[in-house]
Each structure stands twice: as C-alpha cells, then as structure tokens.
Design a protein around this ligand. Structure first.
Ligand SMILES: CC(C)(COP(=O)(O)OP(=O)(O)OC[C@H]1O[C@@H](n2cnc3c(N)ncnc32)[C@H](O)[C@@H]1OP(=O)(O)O)[C@@H](O)C(=O)NCCC(=O)NCCS
Length: 222
C-alpha cells in the first residue's frame, strides 16, 4: 500500500477517545477486531493497536528519505502522527481498515506499521502495506510481523485475496514480498505519483489458499 489512504488535511481528531480506547485494547484477545485489535506475539515483535505515545517514535522511524521514498509522504510532525493514529482507530472501528504497530520485544514504542484496508465492503479482497524504521531492516522483524498480519487477515478478517502494490524501483519492497511467497501478477503502469513523477508498480497477491500452502512448505514463514 504505497498510497496510504490517510489524508492528513481531512483528519478530525478526538485524542481523548483514542486514549480511552487504547486502554481497552490492551486487554482484548477476541477476534472482534472492530472493537479493538488483539495483541499478537511473535518471536521478535509484538503487534498491537497504535497508541498516541507511538507518535514521536513513528516520526523518527518513518520520515527518513530511505523509508519514505516509495510510499505516500508520512506526516511530518508528532501532531500529524497523532492525527494519523486517531484516524487508524476510527477506520478500524468502522470496519474498513486495520493498522498494527510493530514493537520489538524489550521496547515500548512502535518502530513500524502494517496497514490492511478493504478493497470492497466485505473485506473479501484487501490491500496491505508496511514500513519499518531502517535500523530494523534485515533483522527478521519484517517476516516475523508479516506472518502474523497475513494470518490475521486470512483467519480473522476472512479476506480471500490480499494485494500489495510496490513501485518497480523499490527493490527492497519487491524482494520482501517475493520472499514471503507472494505472486507478481503484473505491472500497473504509471499508477503511483511520487515527487511529481508517475511510477510503475508491481501488483503482488497472496490468496488464502496460497498462504495455507506457503505456511506448510516455506522455510521462510514456517
Ligand atoms: C519493505 C520493508 C518493510 C521490508 O523490511 P526489511 O527488513 O527491509 O525486509 P527483509 O530484509 O526481510 O527483506 C528484504 C529483502 O530484500 C533484499 N534486498 C535489499 N535491497 C534490495 C534491492 N535493491 N533489490 C533487490 N533486493 C533487495 C534483501 O537482501 C532481503 O532479502 P533476503 O532476506 O533474502 O536477503 C522495509 O524495507 C521498509 O520499511 N521499506 C520502506 C517502506 C517500503 O518501501 N514499504 C513497502 C511498500 S510495498
């Protein structure tokens, strides 16, 4: 999801409501993800709902040139990230979208995010995207988090087809998707406007049936 659906200029913020909701989310273990996201624990990271206190860390991690180069420009201030976080809670409550914070074991704040949004009202098809602070690239954090997000999308949200779009020039993003076992279905020509230039994107997909097979056979995501 190189084009993030969040539009800062349109964001209306109720930060108190977000903070109250975050307290409830900490205890959520049910699959009723529209009320609050569950906490998912992997071998390297925990995935949880974003908290307002993640804003400074996300600003530091996601606004560098190397991270933001091939994605929609992230917010440029702590307050901008707070508005983004409030927006993620509202979109999740509306049942359109989820955003997981990536928190390495031993840390408290998010160092990255995984977003999944519905492409049609039933969430039958969905699109995902991710960004992680570059200090954590190549550490295994990505695959650990990605496995849990894909499991959640297919098993809990019950999505059938999960799409990702990665700029063809984004070598690392494309390699990460390929490594997970995603299928490159084609190139979406001049489909992403970044810095005044239209870029081609590769469309990567994983079907629920693909993922069941990948889970059984791939050494990367075992
Ligand atoms: C995409 C992202 C989350 C992946 O996390 P990561 O920790 O970098 O991923 P990994 O290191 O596990 O996998 C990346 C793979 O790309 C390979 N790679 C790195 N640079 C590459 C390049 N220029 N061309 C091809 N492959 C490349 C790595 O060697 C690695 O493969 P390996 O594990 O088989 O060696 C992270 O790079 C990121 O946040 N990028 C910026 C945001 C972004 O582009 N998001 C993608 C939107 S679709």
């Amino acid at each position: 999801m190189e084009k993030m659906p969040f539009r800062e200029a349109q964001a209306v913020t109720d930060l108190h409501a977000v903070m109250a909701e975050a307290r409830n989310a900490a205890t959520t273990t049910t699959s009723d993800w529209r009320k609050a996201l569950p906490v998912l624990t992997g071998s390297m990271v925990t995935l949880r709902e974003l908290r307002l206190s993640d804003a400074p860390s996300l600003l530091q991690m996601l606004s560098t040139e190397e991270v933001a180069r091939f994605i929609s420009p992230p917010p440029t201030t702590v307050e901008g990230f707070e508005r983004f976080i409030a927006w993620t809670h509202r979109e999740r409550a509306a049942g359109h979208y989820v955003c997981f914070a990536v928190v390495p074991h031993g840390m408290d704040s998010a160092i990255g995010i995984f977003q999944v949004r519905q492409l049609e009202p039933s969430f039958d098809t969905a699109e995902w995207g991710f960004a992680i602070g570059s200090a954590f690239w190549g550490t295994g954090v990505f695959v650990d988090a990605a496995k849990m997000v894909i499991d959640f999308t297919f098993n809990t949200i019950r999505t059938h087809r999960l799409e990702a779009r990665a700029a063809v020039l984004n070598g690392r993003g494309n390699a990460a998707l390929k490594k997970l076992g995603a299928t490159a279905e084609g190139v979406l020509r001049k489909s992403f406007l970044r810095n005044g230039e239209y870029l081609d994107q590769t469309l990567w997909t994983i079907l629920a049936a693909d993922w069941a097979l990948i889970r059984q056979t791939s050494s990367i995501v075992h």
